[in-house]
Design a protein around this ligand. Structure first.
Ligand code: GLN
Length: 304
């Protein structure tokens, strides 16, 4: 090892190169996120202290994280947190790491929900709770019921709801899709980021995605098994005019568009993400009033 001290600058430069050689995504960003975590600071603050030498214990802790990241461990499992819609969510191997694309799902639902109305929302496959909790935070009069098949995910979602201060309006129940909802009144919107990866694509997924719960990704042979089940059952759980909003895979738009139309939804449309990939499928309850898009009266007047 050289005589030069391992400063923030030198450590970041070395790690970025190392990650790049390993073919990891966003090598520099990952180096910064991990180092900021070890030094209990922010990425931006690293840049105000580029010449600060790392202490032996810091260097050892950082080396440990680099080694784990190199084996494919997701960056945000290592830091234990991931930002979503501007707020920190606790994550671990029991849940899918929130993706930026999923913020579009939140946006689509927010567009359909007036700010000052009492609404009840159902969030299926909640995982970390990022979608349902964000909706509760952005719509202070909303009550959100969330379900997940995984008891571990439910625990993570509950902890996030408590930390982010919405535990009184965000309830998680463990069970398969709508099963834990029996006995509830219909909702103003049903929202889900279900598993939608076609099973055959698993071997091609990046190493870090394969470390995430398969249950959160596996959409069966064509990726649409869970989407189909949700689309078939949701009308029973939606108020007339209520919105169904689903995240979908980047080439699933045409298939999901047809399946929602066949299931009788109105105002069906597919939205793309910033990479111009199909990302959302939206439709309103079959018996609902006609609406041209979800911001245009899709929810209608509150019938209760
Ligand atoms: N978008 C996820 C991925 O990166 C898939 C998430 C899902 O199946 N809901 O693979």
């Amino acid at each position: 090892m050289s005589e030069q001290p391992w400063t923030v600058r030198r450590v970041l430069g070395w790690t970025a190169q190392h990650f790049e050689k390993l073919g990891l995504d966003s090598p520099r960003l990952t180096a910064e996120v991990l180092l900021a975590h070890v030094l209990r600071t922010s990425r931006v603050r690293l840049y105000t202290d580029l010449d600060r030498p790392l202490e032996a214990a810091e260097l050892a802790a950082y080396r440990g994280l680099i080694a784990l990241r190199a084996t494919g461990e997701p960056t945000h499992y290592l830091t234990g947190t991931r930002e979503f819609y501007g707020r920190p969510f606790t994550v671990d191997a029991r849940v899918l790491v929130p993706r930026p694309e999923t913020e579009l799902l939140v946006e689509a639902v927010l567009q359909a929900i007036p700010r000052d109305t009492d609404v009840r929302l159902l969030d299926l496959c909640t995982g970390s709770g990022c979608v349902g909790i964000t909706l509760a935070l952005e719509r202070p009069r909303a009550r959100v019921l969330a379900t997940d098949l995984s008891p571990g995910a439910a625990e993570v979602a509950r902890a996030n709801a408590t930390t982010l201060g919405v535990a009184d309006r965000f309830e998680v129940r463990v069970g398969d899709l709508f099963a834990p909802v029996e006995g509830e009144a219909p909702f103003d919107a049903v929202v889900a980021n279900p598993p939608y990866v076609p099973r055959g694509e698993f071997p091609t997924l990046p190493a870090e995605v394969r470390r995430e719960p398969a249950q959160a990704l596996d959409g069966g042979p064509d990726g649409l098994e869970v989407v189909r089940r949700i689309a078939a059952a949701a009308p029973r759980w939606l108020l007339p005019g209520g919105l169904l909003a689903l995240e979908i895979g980047d080439r699933q738009g045409p298939a999901v568009h047809s399946l929602l139309e066949a299931a009788g939804y109105a105002s069906v449309h597919i939205e793309r993400d910033l990479a111009r990939h199909d990302r959302l499928a939206l439709g309103t309850h079959p018996r609902g009033p006609a609406a041209t898009h979800p911001g245009d009266g899709a929810l209608g007047p509150d019938p209760r």
